[in-house]
Design a binder for this molecule. Structure first.
Ligand SMILES: Cc1cc2nc3c(=O)[nH]c(=O)nc-3n(C[C@H](O)[C@H](O)[C@H](O)COP(=O)(O)O)c2cc1C
Length: 390
């Protein structure tokens, strides 16, 4: 490993873009493109970051400043920073052990880690690593018995927050994944084998750790499925489209905090309030579902203005730096999440990827807070230069 500064930062990678470039060099093309891509023509993917960056902040240089503190209270827990690790499926395909590496780093830095139903580690394993602090994201099962069983496991693992998802009524149309024939485990086509041969460290680590698999779902999957059967199993097991009738029994059953992720307009936020949901993540799935949709900063502004008193309004999609986190917080988000930023980090730097990426974002955000004279995360909106971005 390279030299590290006192903050845990590797000085060779002082931006998420540096980590992205390194990740591109280190992992096979089919895995990188799965992580990096949006959908269709990637319009929404690009807009997410570009439009967050139109948000501007006012500094107050002559105001009294004692200290800037990033700590943020969320659902009864005080986190060390106002950002967390979003749920990402197939993490072990990008880097072996990625969910475990990120969960451990999140726990050590006291920020939330959200495990996806289709990640490559189990609820129980991640709960053990995070001492019951990880959140769990549930893809909605078609069968009630499976839904109830997974929810019971999340409760038994002491997950404080259950995240349900409303923005995957269909699979996103992702040309790169179609071209690459992406499958889980990876298809051993000649093209993919050649890509793997070009990434010896990834190949060696994957060999040592074994084929990534959907660990949380293992108890429900028939053994020895081939690729085609696996795809069919996933299609039959999950019913993408969420609605109020499907949310009600989950709300009744889940005693912890319930968060609805993928909210992109006020009408759905209004329904979330009526259903007794505790918080929403305004998100467009990192631009992976609806290329013709809005970037997330726009609905964030509208939803935060209208519903912040009734819901904990959080946001993800497009955030790539400490200043981006600051822009989202100033625009009304109480908390933020990132998906790709952390996965670039772990794909680039392996075991130190989580620690490095969190340290980098914390350092950047601390600098912004001190620069603009913002002492508390909740004060960010006072620094917003208001303009029409909705
Ligand atoms: C490769 C990849 C896989 C994802 N898988 C899931 C998933 O399984 N469940 C989920 O709720 N969101 C998933 N997401 C969406 C993320 O949780 C998050 O909304 C998104 O990454 C935020 O955008 P960002 O990557 O620009 O930070 C995935 C995103 C990516 C990039």
């Amino acid at each position: 490993m390279g030299k590290k500064s006192k903050t845990g930062l590797d000085p060779r990678y002082p931006s998420i873009d540096d980590l992205r470039n390194k990740a591109m060099q280190k992992i096979p093309k089919f895995a990188f493109e799965y992580l990096d891509g949006g959908c269709n023509e990637d319009v929404n993917l690009r807009k997410n970051t570009a439009e967050i960056r139109e948000v501007e902040l006012l500094p107050y240089y002559l105001s009294k400043h004692t200290e800037s503190v990033m700590k943020t209270e969320l659902f009864g827990h005080t986190y060390d920073a106002p950002f967390g690790i979003a749920p990402v499926g197939l993490q072990g395909l990008m880097w072996p052990n990625a969910p475990e590496i990120l969960a451990k780093a999140a726990f050590e830095h006291n920020i939330p880690f959200v495990l996806s139903t289709v990640s490559t580690s189990s609820i129980e394993r991640i709960s053990e690593i995070t001492e019951g602090n990880a959140w769990f994201q549930l893809y909605h099962p078609a069968e009630n018995s499976l839904r109830d069983d997974i929810i019971k496991r999340a409760a038994a693992a002491e997950c404080p927050v259950l995240v349900i998802l409303c923005d995957v009524p269909t699979f996103g149309f992702r040309p790169r994944d179609i071209r690459n024939g992406l499958a889980m485990p990876p298809k051993m086509s000649v093209k993919n084998i050649l890509q793997i041969m070009g990434k010896p460290e990834w190949a060696m680590k994957t060999l040592i750790h074994g084929q990534p698999s959907f660990e949380t779902l293992k108890p429900y999957m028939p053994k020895g499925l081939d690729l085609k059967q696996l795809g069919k199993f996933m299609d039959q097991t999950f019913s993408g489209r969420l609605n109020e009738e499907k949310i009600k029994p989950i709300r009744d059953m889940w005693k912890g905090k319930l968060v609805l992720k993928g909210v992109a307009n006020e009408a759905d936020a209004e329904k979330a309030v009526r259903l007794g949901i505790d918080g929403v993540i305004v998100s467009n799935h990192g631009g992976r579902q609806l290329d013709a949709g809005e970037s997330t900063i726009k609905p964030l502004c509208r939803i935060a203005e209208k519903y912040s008193n009734q819901l904990t309004v959080m946001m993800d999609s497009g955030i790539r730096s400490g200043p981006d986190v600051a822009r989202a917080l100033a625009s009304g988000a109480k908390f933020t999440f990132m998906g790709r930023s952390f996965m670039y980090g772990v794909s680039a730097l392996g075991n130190n990827g989580g620690n490095h990426t969190i340290s980098l974002l914390k350092t950047e955000l601390q600098q912004v807070m001190e620069q603009i004279c913002c002492e508390r995360v909740s004060d960010f909106p006072n620094h917003l230069i208001k303009k029409e971005i909705r």
